[in-house]
Ligand binder design. Structure first.
Ligand code: SAM
Length: 404
């Protein structure tokens, strides 16, 4: 599962985690002390927050990304295309370059430059990133880069030209260049987290989309494990400040010095799909304990990460900690070859930590211990929000959606 304890080598990242250089994995976050299940390991505001699509501007506040109240929204006085949920959010406003690009014809120029949602997301990202102050831009650029996208997948030159055309001449950002644009896009692909639309009971989780994307400098240092020991939550519609902070909690006790990892997508993806996503989007082959076991499974479709898998999901968003609702397949494993206890020693993990709400497959993490240290024994799903008591865990049910 997690890698062996490591010697911390770098600056502190809060009192629970510290940054370490980990052989073959770049930087990572390790437990700076013994951690108990459910503990909050990190709670961090974003350095960059941007709308996922042009249509999300109509549904969410452009400053805090809460759902806009049906009446009494405050349009942006400059562009009139974005809206805010309160005078405080209107005063905080939104990225100046994005606002300028939206100013012309209520965003008609931007809509023409980005007719599809697939182009809108990186363009909205670039207009927001190029609005950042220099020090924040430096922090963005210190994050690791995703590998180059496959040919045709993301046209960095075209996106760069669109930014240059949409930015009014007097606002052309400092440092604007095709190379910087390509570098920023690689940071976005490798590090942004989706903040999801609100979940309503009964809705299909596969249809749940991102309302916004966010970059969190410390949370971007979490490496991936297919059997993570932590998972992240967001609570964008909660009242009060910090609604777009990312919150990362421990799934179980973690000893001091152990690396803390999250999963970059839903944990029930099958081996070949996990390997393919990690290689294409993050540039590495996963050698975690689970992958080592599953690479030995006999089903040709499910190992080697080859292209022979014609049921491969459509690729979704390339975000770290993706809520991963794309491509989740609900196949029963073949107990004789791939799902027997001997071949699947990690079944307990899925029974305990995978949400059993139909079609969800989010991660269940215990609620934080009480101030006096009592463990909660109530688990919260990071996707649908379901709360499940520990005693309600039903053996044999948790793995029924596992993709073997
Ligand atoms: C979000 S960053 C995580 C922090 C990164 N290690 C760093 O140094 O900034 C994602 C990148 O970390 C590396 N990484 C993450 N998980 C890994 C793993 N299990 N094994 C090897 N490399 C990993 C890959 O290079 C990946 O593109």
């Amino acid at each position: 599962m997690e890698s062996a304890p490591q010697t911390p080598t770098m600056a502190a990242a809060g009192d629970v985690l510290r940054v370490a250089d980990l052989p073959g994995r770049g930087r990572g976050l390790v437990a700076a002390r013994n951690v108990r299940e459910g503990e909050v390991l990190l709670s961090e505001p974003p350095v960059l927050l941007y709308p996922s699509t042009l249509s999300s501007l109509r549904s969410y506040c452009s400053a805090c990304f809460r759902s806009l109240p049906p009446a009494a929204t405050i349009p942006c006085v400059s562009c009139r295309a974005a809206a805010f949920c309160s005078p405080a959010c209107a005063a905080a406003s939104h990225p100046h370059l994005l606002c300028a690009a939206l100013s012309h014809g209520g965003g008609a120029g931007l809509a023409a430059a980005a007719p599809t949602e697939a182009i809108q997301e990186p363009l909205l990202f670039l207009l927001s990133a190029y609005s950042l102050p220099e020090s924040t831009m430096r922090s963005m650029l210190s994050l690791s880069s995703a590998p180059p996208p496959p040919p045709g997948a993301q046209d960095a030159a075209g996106l760069h030209a669109a930014v240059a055309a949409l930015a009014p001449p007097h606002m052309l950002p400092q440092g604007l260049s095709p190379d910087l644009t390509a570098a920023l896009l690689a940071k976005d692909r490798g590090n942004s987290f989706a903040i999801m639309e609100p979940y309503r009971h009964g809705m299909s989780l596969e249809l749940l989309k991102a309302r916004a994307y966010a970059v969190y400098p410390r949370a971007s240092l979490f490496n991936h494990d297919c059997l993570p020991n932590a998972c992240h939550f967001d609570y964008p519609d909660r009242p009060g400040p910090g609604n777009t902070d990312i919150v990362v909690r421990a799934l179980h006790d973690i000893p001091e010095g152990r690396e803390v990892c999250i999963s970059y997508f839903a944990a029930n993806w099958r081996y070949a799909d996990r390997q393919r996503r990690l290689l294409e989007d993050y540039g590495f082959r996963c050698e975690c304990d689970r992958c080592q076991v599953e690479s030995q499974w006999k089903d040709d479709d499910d190992n080697n990460g080859d292209d022979g898998d014609d049921t491969m999901e459509e690729e979704g968003e390339d975000d770290v900690g993706d809520r991963g609702d794309d491509g989740i397949e609900e196949e029963e494993g073949d107990g004789a070859t791939n799902g027997g206890d001997d071949d699947f020693p990690h079944a307990y993990f899925f029974v305990r930590y995978l949400c059993d709400n139909e079609g969800c497959w989010g991660m269940l993490a215990p609620l934080p211990p009480s101030p006096n240290g009592d463990l909660s024994h109530v688990f919260e799903c990071n996707l649908c929000g379901k709360l499940r008591k520990e005693e309600d865990v039903i053996p044999d049910e948790g793995t029924s959606g596992m993709v073997h």
